[in-house]
Every structure is written in structure tokens, then in C-alpha cells.
Design a protein around this ligand. Structure first.
Ligand code: SF4
Length: 273
């Protein structure tokens, strides 16, 4: 039993919506079934946060939570899958690749506690989508306005690279989450090429019509209309991209400000669209 290596559900970690009764997915079929069954975003978040379907990623996330990084040696690590963060009636979704080993996997909140998150939340704050500029821990008071941040794969993978099988196994959680917030969703900001592919697969899976017939190329500033939802591409605020100035604060601010504008427009969707 490896559960002691990660935070036990329902033991008071800020933002933990799971408890000991939350059903646990142990394989691909159970992920798909539970993702379909979740009636609310909160239920979905809970199920995601206890998922154990990918043995390699479960081992890795719990290994990291046990061995830790020296700077965080005194802290308890979350060590569980990281669900989305933000209101369930968000008009803007921001999609990354996967939690960072010592970021989301440590703090339990997506993009929180590492340099990518520092960049993302500071920019969200500058464009008016967050109440504060720093996202440090799950209980730091961060609130997003109209915005939900999530990842295509919910467990921290070795070398930040999930396998194709892991990506596909986790996809039903993403489909279900986008479907659940779809009534309000106007724009998806996609951070990086991996999440770009995942987004279009997911929008197709949930039947968003009027998307491009061919998958459009990822690029910073790319903009694609999928019916009532606009997909915007941004380089990922990874340390590699920010330290080389491939992505600057201004570039990220520009994309998120554009998203804020699109996300404030009224929502029109034809029935069944
Ligand atoms: Fe479950 Fe996704 Fe984590 Fe795999 S990556 S264990 S499917 S939450």
C-alpha cells in the first residue's frame, strides 16, 4: 500500500475535494467510466485526484513525493493527480501539458509552486483574470476570474513526457472536464504543442462542431475558431522558453488579454452544437 507516500483523500489539504468514498480508477476502462459518470465538475475533480490508472505515473509521482527536492524536504508533497483549478462556469480554459514534479505534484494545485506557474499566474493577474500575482500553495488565497487552469495529463511524468498510452488513458478526464464547462466556455488557451494536439482531440471527442477539418499547426499566437469556442496557442512558459526569451512576459500577456476579451463576449451555441 503506497498511499502514505501521498496526501490521503479528505485529510484537510486545501482544495482536496476527494474523500475516502471517492471511487478510484485503476485502469483505462475505469477512467472512461468514472469520467462519464461524474455529475459535476467537483465530482470529476475528486475522481481525478485519486486516479491510479497509470502504474508508471503513480510510481513516479509517489517516488517524487517521498524523495522530494532538497529545498522542499521539510514539506509534505501532494503526490496525487492534479485536477483543474478555477470556477466551473469559466469562460476561459488554460491547458498545459502535465503537473511539474516539484510544482503541482508538490502543492496539489495545477501550475503552482514552480517557475512556469509563477509566469502564468503573474500574467493572469496582470490581465485581470486572477486576484493575486503569485500562486505558491493550495491555501494561498488565489482565485481565478472566469478562468479554469488544467492539464492534458494529470500526473507528473518523468522528464515531463507522458507516453502515448498514458496520454490516451488520461484523455477521458479532459473530455469530461471540457464537456462539463462547455456551456460557458468561449476560449481555450493552449500552452505548447502537446496540449494543442490534446485540445483538438478533446474538442472533437465531445462533438464541438465547425472545427477545422485538418488539425491546425501549433504556433504562438495561433487562433482557430471551433464553433463558439476559440482556441489560442501560446508557447509554454517553461523555464527553457522563458530563459531563452522565446516567450516573454509581454507575449504571454498579449495572448491572455486576448483570451480575456474573447471570454467576456456573450456565449452563443446552437442546440446540439
Ligand atoms: Fe489517472 Fe491520468 Fe494520472 Fe494516468 S495520468 S493515473 S489516467 S490521472
Amino acid at each position: 500500500m503506497a498511499s502514505h507516500m501521498s496526501v490521503l483523500p479528505g485529510t484537510g489539504w486545501a482544495g482536496d475535494v476527494a474523500n475516502t468514498l471517492t471511487p478510484v480508477a485503476h485502469d483505462t476502462n475505469q477512467v472512461a467510466a468514472l469520467a462519464m459518470q461524474a455529475a459535476t465538475v467537483r465530482e470529476l475533480d475528486a475522481c481525478i485526484s485519486v486516479c491510479r490508472a497509470c502504474s508508471r505515473l503513480v510510481s513516479w509521482r509517489e517516488h517524487i513525493a517521498t524523495t522530494k527536492r532538497a529545498a522542499f524536504a521539510h514539506q509534505q508533497y501532494w503526490g496525487r493527480p492534479v485536477s483543474g483549478f478555477g470556477p466551473d462556469d469559466a469562460t476561459i480554459a488554460i491547458l498545459g501539458l502535465a503537473p511539474a514534479a516539484h510544482g503541482g505534484n508538490r502543492t496539489g494545485r495545477v501550475f503552482t509552486g514552480d517557475s512556469s506557474g509563477d509566469w502564468l499566474y503573474a500574467s493572469l493577474h496582470r490581465v485581470g483574470l486572477a486576484n493575486q500575482a503569485t500562486s505558491i500553495t493550495a491555501d494561498d488565497g488565489m482565485q481565478l476570474h472566469r478562468t479554469r487552469v488544467l492539464a492534458a495529463v494529470r500526473c507528473a511524468p518523468p522528464q515531463n513526457k507522458p507516453t502515448i498510452q498514458e496520454r490516451d488513458r488520461c484523455a477521458p478526464w479532459l473530455h469530461a472536464e471540457l464537456q462539463a464547462i462547455r456551456p460557458s466556455l468561449r476560449v481555450v488557451v493552449v500552452l505548447g504543442a502537446f496540449a494543442w494536439q490534446a485540445t483538438f482531440r478533446s474538442l472533437a471527442a465531445i462533438g464541438v462542431r465547425d472545427g477545422p477539418t485538418r488539425r491546425p499547426r501549433f504556433g504562438h499566437g495561433a487562433q482557430v475558431a471551433c464553433g463558439p469556442i476559440t482556441v489560442l496557442g501560446s508557447y509554454h512558459p517553461s523555464q527553457r522558453n522563458t530563459s531563452t526569451h522565446r516567450l516573454t512576459h509581454q507575449m504571454l500577456d498579449d495572448v491572455l488579454a486576448h483570451a480575456a476579451l474573447l471570454g467576456s463576449a456573450p456565449h452563443f451555441e446552437l442546440p446540439g452544437g
